[in-house]
Write a protein that binds this ligand. Sequence first.
Ligand code: FAD
Length: 320
Amino acid sequence: MKTYYNISLLPYNTFGIDAKAKLFIEYYSLDELRQALKEYKGEPILHIGQGSNLLFTKDFEGVILHSGMARAKFLDDETVEAQNGLRLDDMIAQLTDMGYCGLEKLSLIPGEVGASAVQNVGAYGCEAKDVIDRVYTIDVETLEERVFSNEECRFGYRDSAFKHELKGKYIVTSVVYKVKPGDATKTRQEIIETRMAKLPTVGEVGSAGSFFMNPFIPEEQANALLEQYPDMPYFEVPSNNLKQPQTTSNYIKIPAAWLIEQCGWNGKTLGGAQVWPKQPLVIVNAHNASAQDIIDLAAQVSASVKEKFGIEIRPEVNYI
Ligand SMILES: Cc1cc2nc3c(=O)[nH]c(=O)nc-3n(C[C@H](O)[C@H](O)[C@H](O)COP(=O)(O)OP(=O)(O)OC[C@H]3O[C@@H](n4cnc5c(N)ncnc54)[C@H](O)[C@@H]3O)c2cc1C
């Protein structure tokens, strides 16, 4: 276990925000994780992965945990168990090389295995929930292991129970993914090229990927907007993909990028923050942005979308 005091979080978040943590612990086994949780019981605890979906709004006055466990093993020919600290894309690269497919549409999504289950990451029509069999965790209070089936994770669009009722209560320690033999080389390569052309490269331009989630609106509201904006793209949502509020309405997904673009935000800046010109869903740290620059720009973007379309767009990024 490695322990650091008053450490800069700059290398631990892809937005490039220079916040500090009072204590930062990297553990290398489940025993070390349990030891750290026992020792710092009662302190504010935040478990991070690669920090690719975090916005540190201030210094963190508690304990940040990070896993140094980064192995994967086949349980049988159809399931792979990966430890929480393994980079998701490193695992997909290895699986592809070994002739296994199933996860290739998630190629190049930054972040680690643990967060893939928390966030239910997704791209190109595939979500982590489609390929996760079960999730191993440690209960932060009792330090006991608990296994969550796919259903128990209550996955939704960029969502899971770990972001709501289970938030802060469990640390994901490993994830079992479903795979099958097959050649994913071409798909993986195409996805990598598409993503590289559109999205900021981690390590070169600070960002947390899509800043906003795509909104889901009732069908009646979508129909009214379509009369005014016939070119508005939209997608009907399969009912099993959305935790719908108690209503009889069908829901329609509208691309937030289109809404933001229509409000004229592409390339606009506020302080050091910028709406990424190639993909307006992304806010980047263009010139030493402070967290406040990013928060203010995001607030202005969502206020203008609300004013023009009557639609609320919510951040996907976790404000810390
Ligand atoms: C350039 C770029 C492109 C992106 N593209 C996509 C995309 O296409 N699709 C997509 O879905 N996302 C995308 N993202 C967002 C990001 O990659 C995902 O949200 C990813 O899952 C975050 O992983 P992480 O390891 O960095 O987690 P972090 O950002 O460190 O943490 C995210 C959340 O998970 C929690 N967490 C992390 N590890 C654990 C654990 N072991 N146990 C319990 N809780 C934990 C944290 O507390 C936090 O709440 C992109 C980000 C960037 C920068």
